[in-house]
Design a protein around this ligand. Structure first.
Ligand SMILES: [Zn+2]
Ligand SMILES: [Zn+2]
Length: 195
């Protein structure tokens, strides 16, 4: 998106505002983004500060993200804002610290594309979750636990039950060594052995 600034050039303090919808395709490059659901709505104000052009604005776009725990889609609105100066001429420091993030006026235009894109990209939450207590996926079968219990015994529950299962082994029915060897100690087979 390019903005023509000829209307405020040479007039310190002059400004203009724009409101526009832009395609949000660039967001598809992000692994967290499942789908872009609409255009990026852009509101910008450009002010001639004398030395530079100050661009302030806000952006929003509806997207479908994926929960990082259960991979379910969730709809949200990404919102971002910016406050950035466009320099009339590039500024160079000493050869080593050449200023990296620099926006520069191109003739009588400002190219605000990367400003808008960068602002939205950093607005993504570090970790996307459908809800703070999303249980995620079952480590055993991979089913989404948010959709109900898959029936697998959670791995950490096994550890906690280990002392209990030792107690069960000591019960009179399962105490005979030969039985435990040949049947893998399932209850069903213990009963068969008896009858
Ligand atoms: Zn989730
Ligand atoms: Zn499971």
């Amino acid at each position: 998106m390019r903005l023509n600034i000829s209307g405020i050039q040479g007039r310190k303090g002059a400004f203009f505002q724009v409101k526009r919808d832009l395609p949000g395709d660039f967001l598809n490059t992000l692994p967290e983004v499942g789908r872009v659901l609409g255009p990026v709505s852009v509101e910008l104000k450009v002010t001639n500060t004398g030395d530079a052009y100050l661009v302030t604005g806000s952006f929003s776009v509806d997207v479908e993200l994926r929960c990082s725990r259960c991979l379910d889609p969730l709809r949200t609105t990404l919102e971002a804002s910016c406050e950035e100066e466009f320099l009339k001429t590039p500024e160079y420091g000493d050869e080593e610290d050449l200023l990296e993030e620099q926006y520069v006026v191109e003739g009588n235009e400002l190219d605000v594309t990367s400003l808008i894109q960068d602002s939205l990209l950093i607005s993504l939450p570090m970790k996307v979750v459908c809800s703070p207590d999303c249980p995620g996926l079952c480590p055993t079968c991979g089913a989404s636990l948010a959709h109900g219990d898959c029936g697998c015994l959670p791995a950490d529950l096994d550890i906690r039950l280990a002392p209990l299962s030792k107690l069960l082994d000591l019960s009179p029915q399962a105490a005979t060594p030969e039985r435990r060897k040949d049947n893998g100690s399932t209850q069903e087979k213990t009963f068969q052995g008896k009858g």
